[in-house]
Design a protein around this ligand. Structure first.
Ligand code: FMN
Length: 345
């Protein structure tokens, strides 16, 4: 294994890249809950960067920082051009997606299927490093099952043992990248939807723990079904950082304790009312600009997850906003939701 020691420290907590979730509005909302966690963009393909509206794709509010730009691509040349173009945006790092199992992504030779092509991934990472001085990181799986989707000349099609993953990382670590975020579940490239593949097959945290133990000089982040502060605390005994996906969306208030994992003095004493007050000026700003306030409000629907007031909050902030402006409804929520959940810290 390459002995490169990154000078970049791994954030204790990061919020996973999620298409249709981690857009700039959701990231702004999250910053009202955790100031320290590393946030990721949604996956953006190199093709989109090369052919799309760059400002629309890449602009963000500096309040979202630290922020990682996640790119998906399939060739070193294309990814080089895309990272070069994105380099003038002030992202804190650039991340390569080697984890997405969806048919559309695999069909374009991007995402998790790339685990079957370690040399290509290495070249892509080298290309990224050449295109930017920012840290370059990768998000991949513990393995893949490419049966029925990988071409005949690729063997093995099932990469599912610990030593397979070591071999993969050994090859790509020649590019001296700064962090490996490992989703501790095999990606099944055919026969399961991405949604099903987030529950099946069973998660294998032990592989990731062992990996950190065997290669302590590498920065290792663990991902997969991590839901609570207790889960986070436990994982941090074994790895450098924890990446949280769905739980950040399904129970965002859980993240109020995230910053204390960075600095115990930062125990966030924050209530749902504080978070709503953080969102309110953003809603008003959208309204003043004639934009749809639901761009951010839809991301806050689960703020009262499993608590009193959840139904009322959802009703108040859901469109259509005909008779009362969305911002007025948010203000009404601050007056009318149960105080015990609104001000609970
Ligand atoms: C709606 C949704 C969209 C996702 N989009 C991406 C993506 O763009 N890039 C990526 O690397 N992973 C993506 N993922 C996978 C997550 O980043 C994460 O690896 C996965 O959800 C497992 O973490 P969790 O169990 O904490 O949710 C997505 C997951 C979800 C639920």
């Amino acid at each position: 294994m390459n002995n490169y020691i990154s000078k970049v420290t791994t954030p204790k907590i990061s919020i996973a890249p999620m298409v249709d979730r981690t857009d700039r509005h959701f990231r702004y909302f999250l910053r009202g809950i955790t100031k320290k966690s590393l946030l990721y963009t949604e996956m953006i393909t190199s093709q989109a960067i090369l052919n799309g509206d760059l400002n629309k794709l890449l602009d963000f509010n500096k309040i979202e920082k630290p922020l990682s730009l996640q790119i998906a691509g399939s060739t070193p040349d294309e990814i080089y051009e895309a990272v070069k173009l994105a380099d003038s945006w002030d992202y804190d790092e650039v991340n390569l997606n080697v984890g997405c199992p969806s048919n559309r992504v695999s069909g374009n030779s991007m995402g998790a299927c790339l685990m079957a092509y370690p040399e290509l991934v290495k070249e892509m990472l080298f290309a990224m490093k050449e295109a930017t001085n920012k840290p370059v990181t990768v998000k991949h799986r513990i393995g893949i099952d490419g049966t029925g989707i990988l071409p005949d000349n690729i063997s093995p099609k099932i990469i599912n043992r610990y030593d397979n993953m070591v071999k993969f990382v050994d090859t790509i670590s020649a590019a001296k990248i700064d962090r490996f975020t490992i989703h501790a579940r095999i990606a099944i490239l055919k026969g399961l939807s991405p949604r099903e593949n987030r529950e099946i097959p069973p998660i294998r945290y032990e592989d990731v723990y062992k990996f950190k133990k065997d290669f302590p000089h590498l920065n290792i982040d663990i991902n997969g079904s991590i839901k609570t502060p207790d889960d986070i605390e436990n994982h941090l005994k074994y790895v450098d950082g924890v990446m949280i996906g769905r739980a950040s969306y399904e129970d965002p208030f859980m993240l109020r304790s995230a910053d204390k994992f960075f600095d115990s003095n930062l125990d966030s004493n924050i209530s749902r009312a504080d978070i709503i007050n953080w969102v309110l000026p953003y809603v008003e700003d959208l309204e003043n600009k004639g934009e749809n306030p639901n761009l951010i409000l839809k991301h806050t629907l689960a703020l009262f997850f499993n608590e009193k007031g959840t139904k009322q909050w959802k009703q108040l902030i859901s469109p259509p906003f005909k008779d009362t402006k969305a911002s007025e409804r948010v203000k009404l929520a601050l007056k009318s939701l149960p105080e015990e959940t609104l001000y609970f810290k």
